[in-house]
Design a protein around this ligand. Structure first.
Ligand code: UDP
Length: 370
């Protein structure tokens, strides 16, 4: 408790998707007089994070600036653990909250456990069932399942995963995913026509950056895109992630290809505008699999496995892997068969109704009042 009798909450934000998914919660908690909120930016990807925090007008109170050139997981994790412990000692929060599956989120949970500070995990319970995919995120999530005290699961399926692993029923809440709340907030602030097709071309938006895809997987994805770009009626927009290994490989394989536009990462507002302008989204990103169905855009998931099975089951996403022939086949099917396209585009979004933030705030109010 602070000297004013308020509960101290520390929110940890390290990456662009964490900023997107936690921004609505930061604003909602700052409006609550019962809480004293601090935002800690750990900034593993400085440039992507700052742009996003600015868009959402989220000011960080503390900044760790952990980014290093070519950082290895063990280096980042050990530095993060030491620094996080210092922050906990200095700030003395009543609760720490973080979102997602990065190693820094897992380490925040571990640091809290060592200091016996309650830790709340947003977007809890996602599981691919394969220890190596996505790497290291699946393992980070499983460890967070053990470390967290409160689990905010986006869907029933995610909650069931946690219960199956032995997490107590009283610790698990199904809230929906805050990514939808963020999208609803952002939509009126987006210049919708920025990427609109001018010459009747079919637009395809692509993102691919997963660590386990670099090498053979990304080569397969790029070959699939080259085949797809042989169609004269398409334009492929590909904002390339700043990870130097991803950039190198994508630029080597796709630069100067007709009808493929490689771009720098887009701001969140521009990325939404690009999704709105697209007929189809091809992505290995988690957040994009959740956002695109809200905008009625079919998603082809460029992975062998997904921890977001809900979208596949609902019919708004298809798992196509990284085989070039399969990517081409599935993309052609959607571009050429209107009924198949319509069925996917109109499938309901299973990831939430835009009220996840309100639910999480209510739960925190009741837990921290006890
Ligand atoms: N995104 C963005 N600009 C881009 C690509 C993605 O703002 O150029 C957003 C996108 O809307 C989604 C999030 O970043 O909300 C996804 O981030 P990323 O693919 O890095 O991570 P993941 O969701 O797989 O953790």
């Amino acid at each position: 408790m602070s000297s004013k009798g308020k509960s101290r909450i520390l929110i940890v934000i390290g990456t662009r998707p964490e900023a997107i998914k936690l921004a609505p919660l930061v604003h909602a908690l700052r409006r609550k007089p019962a809480f004293e909120l601090r935002v800690l930016a750990t900034a593993q990807h400085r440039e992507l994070l700052d742009d996003c925090l600015e868009f959402f007008s989220v000011r960080s109170d503390l900044d760790l600036d952990l980014q290093r050139e070519d950082q290895e997981l063990a280096d980042l994790s050990s530095r993060m653990l030491r620094v996080m412990d210092g922050v906990l000692l200095e700030q003395q929060p009543d609760l720490v909250l973080a979102q997602g599956d990065t190693s820094s989120v897992m380490i925040s949970g571990l640091a809290c456990h060592y200091r016996q500070i309650p830790f709340a995990h947003v977007e809890a319970g996602l599981r691919s069932g394969d220890r190596e995919h996505p790497f290291p995120e699946e393992m980070n999530r499983r460890m967070l399942g053990c470390l967290a005290d409160l689990h905010f699961a986006p869907t029933e399926r995610a909650a069931e995963n946690l219960l199956r692993e032995g997490v107590g029923e009283e610790q698990v809440y199904v809230t929906g995913n805050t990514v939808i709340d963020a999208l609803h907030w952002a939509l009126p602030r987006v210049s919708k026509d920025k990427y609109a097709a001018t010459n009747g071309q079919r637009k395809i938006l692509v993102t691919a950056h997963r660590r386990e895809s670099i090498g053979a997987g990304l080569a397969g994805i790029c070959a699939g895109l080259r085949n797809l770009a042989a169609r004269e009626d398409v334009e492929i927009l590909f904002p390339v992630h700043p990870n130097p290994k991803v950039r190198q490989q994508v630029h080597d394989l796709l630069e100067h290809q007709p009808r493929i536009r490689l771009m720098n990462p887009l701001s969140y507002a521009d990325f939404i505008a690009a999704m709105l302008a697209s007929d189809l989204v091809l992505s290995d990103s988690g957040g994009v699999q959740e956002e695109a169905p809200s905008l009625n855009k079919p998603v082809l998931v460029l992975r062998e496995r997904t921890e977001r099975q809900e979208g596949i089951d609902a019919g708004c996403a298809r798992l196509v892997g990284r085989d070039p022939a399969e990517i081409l086949k599935q993309a052609n099917l959607l571009l050429d068969e209107a009924p198949i396209y319509a069925e996917m585009a109109e499938a309901p979004n299973p990831y939430g109704d835009g009220r996840a933030t309100d639910r999480i705030v209510e739960i925190l109010e009741s837990c921290l009042a006890d």
